[in-house]
Design a protein around this ligand. Structure first.
Ligand code: MTE
Ligand code: MO
Length: 300
């Protein structure tokens, strides 16, 4: 039997017309609603010029495979991503373990070109393929008491050599408020550059939260839970003084050990060109309302 790849399921969806996607998307409508003209809204989404596939797949953070930027590309090849199951747990009416094929079956895939800003002070632009997390959450029918969404990465030390060392408290876990999770920008990626997701980028399913530091965008997800209490998150548990639950990109709130005012752009020259880091990584119009009245220095 031919093994079904995730890209085989809805191949026509990989060749979406980006212009049509942008014009029809919820993000686009919300930008227009917040006062941008059609042209401005379109420009702010489509202006980003992506990094090369070479850069995106060879400069990675995925500590399950090692802590150097080249380890994930080197050591993730043997990760088994077929079959893959996703457990849905907690405050939901649809608890269970689901085959990823089944979850992806009825999902229209879209392209989203987002800037990824790592807390370490570098950034790149990645053309993801996937669908809004909201679509899955709506299907999972969370209960009214659900205030947070928790995510968990695969724990498989046989295939993830970094997990044999106690660098972090495995499995890697992350979390969002339910409002953040339901925002139209919040994305579950199954591919990039029109192809299925490379293992080093978090195959077969990873979160992308473009207005937060990269470590919130958890890779190779096996479990999603709905909770009433703020869930544990790996980097905040490892070092709560340096990494908070929110971790919104913010040029005005420095990391205790370095400035967050600028970022090194991966791939632009030998020493990397620097650009000014933008509030909420440039997505303030879309997500600023989520944090109205919040002290962002306190809730970092
Ligand atoms: N499970 C898991 N997810 C993870 C990480 C990790 O080490 N383990 N690293 C995070 C960090 S720090 C960043 S910057 C992004 C990098 O994503 P990319 O390699 O696809 O660019 O993945 C995030 N997701
Ligand atoms: Mo990161």
């Amino acid at each position: 039997m031919k093994k079904l790849k995730y890209s085989d399921i809805t191949p026509e969806n990989y060749y979406i017309n980006r212009r049509n996607f942008i014009a029809g998307s919820a993000v686009f409508s919300s930008m227009i609603a917040s006062g941008l003209t059609q042209n401005e809204a379109e420009a702010s989404i489509s202006q980003l010029s992506p990094n090369s596939l070479q850069e995106i797949t060879n400069y990675n953070n995925f500590y399950e495979f090692g802590t150097s930027k080249t380890d994930p590309a080197k050591y993730s090849k043997k990760l088994t991503t077929i079959p893959w199951q996703l457990e849905v747990d907690g405050l939901t009416n649809k608890k269970g373990i689901f085959d990823l094929e089944k979850i992806l079956n009825n999902k229209q895939l879209e392209e989203r070109i987002y800037r990824l800003r790592c807390v370490e002070g570098w950034s790149m632009v990645i053309p993801w393929i996937g669908f809004p997390l909201k679509k899955l959450i709506d299907q999972m029918d969370p209960k009214n008491e659900a205030r947070y969404v928790a995510f968990e990465t695969l724990y498989r030390p046989d295939e993830m050599r970094g997990q044999r060392y106690k660098i972090l408290d495995w499995p890697y876990v992350e979390g969002l408020t339910i409002e953040e999770a339901m925002n139209p920008l919040t994305f579950l990626a199954t591919g990039l550059y029109g192809k299925e997701l490379p293992n080093q980028n978090g195959a077969p399913l990873r979160l992308v939260v473009p207005w937060k530091y990269g470590f919130k965008s958890i890779k190779s997800i096996v479990k999603i839970s709905f909770t009433s209490e703020q869930p544990k998150t790996t980097w905040s548990a490892a070092n709560p003084r340096e990494y908070g639950f929110f971790s919104n990109v913010n040029p005005n709130v420095d990391h205790p050990r370095w400035s967050q005012a600028t970022e090194r752009v991966i791939g632009e020259g030998l020493f990397g060109q620097r650009r000014k880091t933008e509030m909420f990584n440039g997505y303030e119009k879309e997500v600023g309302h989520l944090y109205k009245g919040m002290d962002l220095k306190k809730h970092y």
